[in-house]
Design a binder for this molecule. Structure first.
Ligand code: AMP
Ligand code: ZN
Length: 478
């Protein structure tokens, strides 16, 4: 059995199947770089990273392409607000995205194309679509895709079984104002947007006048460029992209090329925070920096974001982060106990964490099977803890411990988890935690024991243990 994964198109679990002697052609819609990515974005990117790692550890070569969306309404508007050119602005946020990806131990994609670097390819794609009768230009210099020219429109999201909705607003928040443009039908979507005053210096010359590409077009053009126009094996994105973005990618690419765009669709469910949708106005939109400032390491964040089944919404909570912290610590203690049997120290663990899977996973086989069976990260971690609970190090000799370390190392590679990244003795508590501990110390000096206890509990809830010494206090991670 090879790696199995749910496919949104066929609504079934299917084997990952690269065309013979080819690397798996895997495309993911990348970040829109107008600010730091939030943990919801990272949930999706991390799940894609785990899938790629599982495939690699299973012996499947992967060509992973993830784009950078560096031109759209938001990037243009925010760059103008920031007083930077679009290029300067998106370069800054692309660099931040890369830094966060590195901290989260994500494998860099094989290719990372940018939308702005593919303007000629996008224009060529629009020309093909016009020539074949699937697109038309309007008086304001825009070009629209003629949705009713593509009979299969809606196949992925089963749109025809629902009501054909207008695409007044797409999931990138770009508004297609029906009054402003001369569309034949409200369902038609923009391939090319004629230049508007608010775009300022951000436009390109085209056969239809100055303007810029539509968001959906960018991905179709980058897929074509990265994979030489071939049908791709797998396409990933958050579930919000299924309609209209992916539906529109299919329409553009299939009408232009006359063959299937993609064989297998991989959508991950959304991240919620404390039961609510993430939004700036609710104050529950977190970035990696926010969580690091609260004292959580990137590995704990990674663990939290991949620990739930990818097809179910993940409810992110601070209790969940603490649980991940202790889960990761348990795995570290387990690894240490096995290393001790082999006579090695912590530093040796890295040599076991690799994609080179052992012939035999021994008692950890369930954890490996769970990953290969529709990326069941939750069951995989559960199976690892099942083995840890039986304390195998107590009964293993050095060869047995080495074999188990090899199996564990492959699982950690697949999950992308690094061990011992945080030296517990040297973690600096964030300012807010130090302030709480100081308030507790002050309450103690004032002999307000009830308040001091209350603050100690508050620190514990945040994951910190406060210990008094003769001159003050020390803070340690729980
Ligand atoms: P964007 O930067 O908005 O283009 O989104 C990048 C990726 O993050 C896309 O695949 C989205 O579907 C995904 N995404 C956005 N919000 C969430 C969320 N709350 N949970 C999971 N994935 C998300
Ligand atoms: Zn896309």
């Amino acid at each position: 059995m090879s790696v199995q994964l749910y496919d949104t198109l066929s609504r079934s679990v299917k084997a990952l199947a690269p065309a013979s002697d080819q690397a798996l052609r895997f495309y993911c819609c990348g970040p829109t770089v107008y600010g730091p990515a939030h943990i919801g974005n990272f949930r999706t990117f991390l799940i894609q990273d785990v899938l790629r790692r599982v495939a690699e550890a299973d012996g499947i070569e992967v060509k992973h392409v993830r784009n950078i969306t560096d031109v759209d309404d938001k990037t243009i508007r925010r760059s103008i607000e920031a007083g930077l050119s679009l290029g300067e602005f998106t370069a800054k946020w692309t660099a931040k995205f890369h830094a966060d990806c590195d901290a989260l131990n994500m494998r860099p994609p094989s290719i990372e194309p940018s939308a702005v670097a593919h303007i000629p390819q996008q224009i060529a794609l629009v020309e093909t679509l016009i020539k074949k009768g699937h697109a038309y230009s309007t008086d304001d210099g825009s070009v629209y895709f003629r949705v009713n020219s593509f009979e299969d429109y809606g196949r992925l999201s089963r749109l025809k079984q629902r009501e054909l909705k207008t695409q007044t607003e797409n999931s990138a928040g770009e508004v297609n104002d029906a009054d402003e443009y001369d569309r034949e039908s409200v369902t038609d979507f923009a391939l090319w947007k004629g230049r508007k005053a608010e775009d300022k210096a951000n436009y390109w010359a085209s056969p239809w006048g100055e303007g810029r590409p539509g968001w959906h077009l960018e991905c179709s053009a980058m897929v074509e460029a990265a994979f030489d126009g071939a049908t791709i094996d797998l396409h990933g994105g958050g579930i919000d992209l299924c309609f209209p973005h992916h539906e529109n990618e299919i329409a553009q690419s299939e009408c232009a090329h006359g063959h299937d765009f993609c064989k297998h669709w991989f959508h991950s469910a959304h991240l919620m925070v404390e039961g609510a949708k993430m939004s700036k106005s609710l104050g529950n939109l977190y970035t990696l920096d926010d969580l690091q400032q609260k004292g959580f390491s990137p590995m704990v964040v990674r663990y939290t974001l991949i620990a739930g089944s990818y097809r179910q919404q993940l409810n992110f909570t601070f209790d969940g982060l603490h649980a991940s912290q202790s889960g990761l610590t348990k795995i570290e203690r387990f690894a240490e106990s096995l290393l001790a049997v082999t006579g090695q120290d912590k530093a040796a663990m890295n040599s076991y964490i690799c994609a080179d899977a052992p012939e035999n996973f021994g008692r950890l086989i369930k954890a490996w099977d769970a990953l290969r069976n529709n990326l069941n990260t939750a069951a995989s971690l559960g199976a690892i803890f099942g083995v840890i609970g039986s304390n195998p190090a107590a009964s293993l000799d050095a060869d047995g411990a080495r074999a188990m370390l090899k199996a564990l190392g492959t699982l950690l590679y697949a999950l992308g988890l690094q061990l011992f990244t945080v030296d517990e003795a040297t973690v600096d508590a964030p300012e807010a935690i130090v302030a709480l501990a100081q308030a507790r110390w002050d309450a103690k000096q004032a002999k307000d024991w009830a308040k001091a206890d209350q603050l100690r509990d508050a620190l514990l809830t945040e994951g910190w243990v406060v210990k008094d010494n003769k001159d003050g206090f020390d803070l340690e991670l729980k």
